[in-house]
Design a protein around this ligand. Sequence first.
Ligand SMILES: [Zn+2]
Length: 238
Amino acid sequence: MGLIESEALVVRTVDVGESDVIATLVTEQIGKIGAVVRGGRKGSRRVGGALEPVHTIGVMLDDKGTDVATLKEARIVRLRPNVVSDLGALEAAGIALRWARHLFPARHREPQGWEVLTVLLDVLDVPPPVAAGALWSRKHLARAGFAMLAAVGYGMDLDRCVVCSRPCPESKPAYIDPGRGGLVCRSCGGARQVMPAALRGAARSLAAGRVEDVTDSQAESLLAIVDRAMAAHAGFER
Ligand SMILES: [Zn+2]
C-alpha cells in the first residue's frame, strides 16, 4: 500500500465519467490491479498514449487498499512497435493479455506469469524469420498459454493421468480433459477428447521452445486445448 512503482501492462481500459479511465493493469510488483486514470481518455496529454496495451509501461500508483488504486504517472518503458503493426502479432498479444486478465488473481504477484507475458510480447515484436509461416505468432501464443497456466498453478500434465498418476507412453494417444488439468486414463473414465501421440509431442516441442517443430494444425489444436483450460480455470468463454 501507499505509493507503488512498478512496470506494468495494460490489459483493459474502461471509460468512466467525462474524462476518466479505469485501467486494469498487470503489474510486476503487485500483480493485477485496477487503477483510476484521471483525465486518461484517449488523446489525453497526461498519460500520452501510455495506456496502449502491448507496451511495457512504468507506473506510479497510489494504493489505499481499496478496489482500485489511482494512477499517478505512466510512461512507456518498452515500446513494441512491431506488435502494433503486425496484425497476427497484435491479435496474439491481445489474446494473451486477455488470458492474463482473467487468469491472474487480483493483488497477487505473479513473477512467472509476468515473465511469460513480457517474453511473449518481446518475441512478437521481432519480425518472424522468413520461413516461419503464417501461424508463427499462434505457435508462440500456444507456448505462452501452457506456460501461463503453469505459472498460476494450473500446469497441464500431458505425461500421466491426473487422477491415478499412471504414466502414458509417449507413443500412445491419450484422453485429455483440459479442465481437469491434463490426461485422464481409460480406467479413470477417460475423456471426450483424444490427444494423438504426435500432438503430445508437439506440446513437448513447444515447452522446450522448439516452436518450428510444430505444424500449423498442431498449433491450432494446442491452442484449443489451452482455451478450454483457460475457460475452465478462469471461468470465461472465448
Ligand atoms: Zn488414471
